[in-house]
Design a binder for this molecule. Structure first.
Ligand SMILES: [Zn+2]
Length: 406
């Protein structure tokens, strides 16, 4: 080898080393939250053994635990014992799953068989780099990143096949943290066939569930609480497409897709999770049917009773059981009604008019450590207080005498 060639190789080596070192330095200087090849390399948080009410910037539960201090929820920490099944993690279900994760629910069981697509990006939750992943796997990754305290079980499957329906039944029956029945099933699916499947499963398992839906024109939606036997199930009042045995797949035209707005979906998801929290943690009033018409901002609310001739035999059986249960509970129900009447007086907003004279008559508030902001003047007449009145009477008679003398 000539000297010239050896020098050239040595020079090239040096240059290559400089370039390699520079590349390493660039990698080191990258901030930890920068995405590499579209995959997030983000800081994570450790699991937290117990929910604490401690007020600190690093406690993700302090604002939720404050609900107790505000007198809204008696024991917020109980949410960690709860298991919620979410069937369908599309535009509504993914947001529902995220809200429940942020609220610190104990366990989530997710069912879906769809993949994330770029066409989903007008909605919330999923991100472009997740395109092509199954929705349940993409959800699990994001949700565990947000809150690793939540246990996430996922099933990438279509629940409407016979085999998968049995898996759905089994997970309702044994899916909880204690391998018992789940606390609630949330239906966030976009077709009647899947809704009817969830309905059949919940009637059979006597499982309380909540239905949700957003219209194809994206400007209305609803949520519905269904307690088998107490409320109308999905088969009690079937939509025309189900009642007429029409295959809904034949209704969809090629190239025509339903509209969707992230706003309407978020409103419905918010309603659904709010109702879920009220039901799970026993506060406020659980809505049985709550509608949303975005064009005029109309929110109809009602209760739909079950149909005694419902096609679903389990629904009819649950109705019978509910009637028997109610007939045994009559005195308790009456007592509750009486209590409610006092609480809400006679207006539908539950606003109470406080008679100030009644408040003034109270000498001491009943709660320890609480006192009135101002002292109410004494109204009872003591002997001492009567004296000035007598005096003034005397003064008046003197004045009358003076007047007469004039
Ligand atoms: Zn029914």
């Amino acid at each position: 080898m000539s000297k010239d060639l050896a020098d050239s190789i040595s020079d090239l080596r040096k240059r290559l080393n400089i370039v390699a070192n520079g590349f390493e330095e660039t990698l080191k200087q990258q901030p930890p939250n920068q995405e590499v090849n579209g995959k997030a390399n983000l800081p994570t948080r450790q699991k937290i053994a117990e929910m604490s009410a401690e007020v600190s910037d690093s406690n993700p539960y302090s604002r939720l635990m404050a609900l107790k201090r505000m007198g809204i929820v008696q024991d917020y920490g109980r949410i960690r014992e709860k298991t919620v099944m979410v069937v369908g993690v599309g535009g509504v279900g993914s947001v529902v799953a995220e809200m429940l994760t942020r609220c610190g629910v104990g366990k989530l069981i997710l069912f879906d068989y769809d993949k994330v697509e770029m066409a989903n990006m007008n909605r919330l939750f999923y991100q472009p780099h997740q395109s092509g992943l199954s929705k349940v796997e993409a959800s699990k990754e994001t949700l565990l990143h947000i809150n690793p305290d939540v246990e996430i079980e996922v099933h990438n499957m279509n629940i409407t096949t016979v085999e998968n329906f049995n898996i759905l039944l089994d997970r309702i029956r044994h899916g909880s943290l204690k391998n018992e029945k789940v606390d609630l099933v949330l239906s966030c699916v976009d077709n009647f066939e899947a809704r009817m499947t969830i309905n059949t499963a919940c009637n059979e398992e006597n499982q309380i569930w909540m239905e949700s839906g957003v219209s194809e024109n994206a400007v209305s939606g609803h949520i519905q609480y269904i307690e088998p036997g107490r409320n109308a199930c999905f088969a009690c009042l079937p939509p025309l497409v189900v009642a007429s045995n029409i295959d809904e797949k034949t209704l969809k035209k090629d190239g025509v897709c339903a509209a969707s707005l992230p706003t309407t979906m978020a409103v419905v998801a918010g309603f659904l999770v709010q109702n879920t929290l009220k039901y799970l943690l026993e506060f406020g009033e659980v809505s049985h049917y709550l509608g949303y018409n975005a064009l005029v901002d109309f929110f109809p609310k009602q209760q739909i009773l079950p149909n005694p001739t419902c096609d679903d035999r389990y629904c009819r059986q649950r109705q019978q059981e509910y009637k028997e249960k109610k007939s045994r509970e009559v005195p308790k129900e009456e007592a509750k009604k009486e209590e409610e009447t006092i609480k809400h007086e006679d207006n539908e907003w539950g606003i109470e008019l406080v008679d100030e004279s009644v408040v003034e008559e109270k000498s001491q508030p009943s709660l320890d450590g609480i006192k009135f902001a101002y002292e109410v003047p004494q109204t009872s007449h003591t002997e001492q207080e009567d004296q000035p009145i007598q005096k003034s009477t005397q003064d008046l008679s003197k004045l009358m005498q003076q007047l007469k003398n004039l």
